[in-house]
Ligand binder design. Structure first.
Ligand code: SF4
Length: 215
């Protein structure tokens, strides 16, 4: 499907490279992927910087820290009572299945590991795939609301398209390339945030302008 490559090339020419994920270690990326659920990244940054300051961005430290203290430190990310449980659920899973080792966890192949991640309470497809791609370097495409909006506005998916269907569109039509998937998702986020806005798409300044566009 040439159009998917065309979209990537245009976005990359305008914005790239994006250098994602904004995190220094796999643990930081995983915690960021959980904290960014239902909130803007700016709200996550303060939480991450609190955790860094308190030296809590390691599996062992996150296991040992009291839930109440952790929830205070991540308060800025919103839904902090739910998110603290999600972090703790992930850490429990990591220790019970992989002795607390992310290296050991990421030795698993992509799809078996994805199934395991999706069994953790609070980890949905977008978070699981973000962990796999950005923390584990696995070639899997991450879908989010920006991706779907841009595709819909170009008649490349329907409103009721599922996460799995949209993901399959990319996975089947692009080479299985971690670097490509890394950049592509980041570019969709950038375009969706800055140009293809929910209420008012700024088509005149968009690199995708003269693709067949239905809005
Ligand atoms: S801003 Fe307009 S041209 Fe750009 S992706 Fe959105 S609908 Fe398409």
């Amino acid at each position: 499907m040439k159009i998917l490559k065309e979209i990537f090339d245009r976005l990359y020419t305008k914005f790239g490279p994006m250098g994602w994920w904004p995190g220094e270690t796999p643990t930081e990326i995983i915690v960021g992927a959980i904290l960014t659920q239902n909130t803007a990244w700016t709200n996550v940054e303060k939480a991450i910087s609190n955790l860094k300051r308190e030296s809590l961005l390691s599996p062992q430290a996150l296991k040992d820290v009291e839930t109440e203290r952790l929830s205070g430190l991540i308060r800025s990310s919103g839904y902090y009572n739910q998110k603290v449980k999600k972090i703790k659920h992930f850490i429990d899973f990591l220790f019970s299945s992989y002795d607390g080792s992310l290296d050991k966890m990421f030795e698993l192949d992509t799809y078996p590991l994805r199934e395991n991640l999706l069994r953790i309470n609070g980890i949905g497809p977008e978070t699981a795939d973000s962990i796999l791609l950005y923390a584990g370097g696995k070639p899997i495409f991450v879908v989010d609301a920006y991706t779907k909006r841009i595709l819909m506005r170009h008649n490349l998916c329907s409103e009721d398209a599922s996460y799995r269907e949209i993901q399959a569109l990319f996975m089947k039509n692009l080479s299985s390339d971690t670097k490509l998937f890394n950049e592509y998702h980041a570019l969709f986020v950038r375009c969706g945030k800055e140009i293809c806005k929910k209420s008012r798409p700024l088509c005149k300044s968009c690199p995708l302008l003269n693709l067949i566009c239905h809005i």
